[in-house]
Design a protein around this ligand. Structure first.
Ligand SMILES: NC(=O)c1ccc[n+]([C@@H]2O[C@H](COP(=O)([O-])OP(=O)(O)OC[C@H]3O[C@@H](n4cnc5c(N)ncnc54)[C@H](O)[C@@H]3O)[C@@H](O)[C@H]2O)c1
Ligand SMILES: [Zn+2]
Ligand SMILES: [Zn+2]
Length: 446
């Protein structure tokens, strides 16, 4: 799939963008020879399906365009979306691509146009590279920016294209990502949010993606006071969405997953759970619990884990790329005129969608899109994190060094050792903050 997509993209040519994904490498003087050489860093690169590695010779970026900021990364992580890359399910990945779209750090260098940020300032990056000026950016719908993704392939498949994303293949612009010691952030003043001193890195990092994404799923699908909400998938996105739904006044929240630690984490917060290994017919179980059907369903799962043999076969034969089982369960388990939101990432085509039930029941099926981080990150920081109404540290189960990132992909994919969300430290990180796990090595996980 990668070779075909890359070939197609090459044949179609790229679309014009306001920012270039390729960066200039920084130099340094070799202390032994006194000669200039390219400065290198550790970074996680994609090599092939289920093959990602930490290299130590990736070039450190320097200012390439006048609005750039170069960050020294103090915190990064892995996201459920990275697993789609790991499985090679997102198009146009190339060997050597630096991955990672959720990261924060200290400003290391600024371009000549950057006025509002200073060297050493602590900032978190949005997972999207937005231009700040187009009609979507003016409404803070940063993930839908028109000007930063050169992928003609995405434009052809979807009619328009999303913003460029950090570390997420050439289908989303080919920008090197943040599972690295340094990152170049194009349009730095647009795509970085300053963090106050009294907020730790572990509290701030997830403003990059998980927090705005889960918040968006709840707000955009429209959870209202008194609603009964079903959440498919209790990874970090589902766990946070469940808590946002409670904060927005949901009367009951029901989480569906099969990983015991994830079900237990939800139950601790007063979320009812359904283990889909025990209840093979999830819809039947939901309708036992809520006979009138759910007011709202949120898909926070993943399209690469089919349950039924039919979808396993169709997916293996490439008769479909994505699996619609959760979408069908949501449609049938929702009440008439209920709302169902899809925040889980899908990439291509699915068979056997229950379009009859969707139409006849008047279900409002909402594609939430990639989350517009800029619309929410200030609100989440100021109204929830700073006053202590939402503490993202509840989901951090592990802390590991960047060196372990290659191994971490496999462990996160298998959900080893009860892993939920991870804080990945670099040589520039502070020691673990209050209420956060100590450093472990992935090879020691049970
Ligand atoms: N739209 C966005 O902006 C955005 C941003 C970040 C993540 N995402 C997506 O959100 C999803 C969740 O992310 P995450 O980090 O929590 O991922 P994750 O992989 O850690 O969690 C996914 C969970 O879904 C569960 N699951 C799998 N199949 C299921 C099924 N049939 N029914 C119920 N649960 C099922 C898994 O057991 C797992 O616990 C992913 O698809 C990710 O790509 C979207
Ligand atoms: Zn993500
Ligand atoms: Zn824009």
């Amino acid at each position: 799939m990668q070779a075909t997509a890359n070939k197609l993209q090459e044949t179609m040519g790229t679309l014009p963008t306001e920012v270039s994904p390729t960066y200039l490498p920084a130099d340094e003087i070799d202390p032994k020879t006194g000669k200039k050489q390219i400065k290198t860093m550790k970074a996680l690169v994609w090599v092939g399906s289920k093959d990602v590695r930490v290299v130590d010779d990736a070039p450190v970026p320097t200012i390439t365009e006048p609005d750039d900021v170069i960050l020294k990364v103090t915190g990064t992580t892995i996201c459920g979306s990275d697993l789609h890359l790991y499985h090679g399910e997102i198009m146009a990945l190339q060997e050597g691509d630096i991955l990672g779209h959720e990261f924060m750090g200290k400003v290391h260098e600024v371009g000549p146009n950057v006025q509002g940020l200073h060297i050493g300032q602590r900032v978190v990056a949005s997972f999207q590279v937005a231009c700040g000026d187009c009609k979507y950016c003016k409404q803070k719908l940063s993930s839908f920016c028109d000007n930063t993704n050169k992928s003609s392939l995405q434009n052809y498949m979807y009619g328009q294209r999303d913003a460029g994303f950090f570390g997420y293949s050439h289908f989303t612009g080919g920008f090197p990502g943040g599972q690295a010691e340094y990152v170049r952030v194009p349009k730095g003043e647009v795509n970085l949010l300053p963090i106050p001193d009294n907020i730790s890195d572990e509290q701030a990092l997830y403003l990059s993606d998980v927090l705005p994404t889960s918040y968006h799923s709840v707000v955009d699908t429209g959870v209202e006071k008194g609603d009964i909400v079903g959440i498919w998938g209790l990874g970090p996105i589902g766990q946070c969405a469940a808590r946002w739904a409670q904060l927005k006044g949901a009367s009951r929240v029901i989480g569906i997953d099969r990983i015991p630690e994830r079900l237990a984490m939800a139950e601790q917060a007063g979320i009812e759970t359904i283990n889909f290994d025990q209840h093979k017919d999830v819809v039947k179980r939901i309708l036992e619990l809520v006979p009138q059907g759910l007011d709202v369903g949120l898909d926070c799962g993943t399209f690469h884990e089919p349950k039924a043999w039919l979808h396993k076969v169709e997916k293996a034969l490439m008769l479909e790329t994505d699996v619609p089982e959760t979408i069908n369960e949501m449609i049938v388990a929702a009440r008439k005129m209920g709302r169902c939101g899809i925040i889980a990432a899908y990439a291509g085509f699915a068979n056997h969608v229950n379009i009859g039930a969707l139409m006849e029941k008047g279900i409002r099926l909402i594609g939430n899109g990639q989350a517009p981080v800029h619309k929410y990150w200030r609100e989440i920081l100021n109204d929830y994190i700073i006053p202590g109404k939402f503490d993202p540290r509840f989901m951090i189960t592990h802390r590991v060094p960047l060196e372990d990132m290659g191994r971490l992909y496999g462990a996160f994919d298998k959900r080893t050792d009860g892993v939920e969300k991870v804080f990945v430290q670099t040589q520039f990180s502070d020691s673990p903050g209050e209420k956060c796990p100590a450093l472990t090595r992935v090879k020691d996980w049970a």
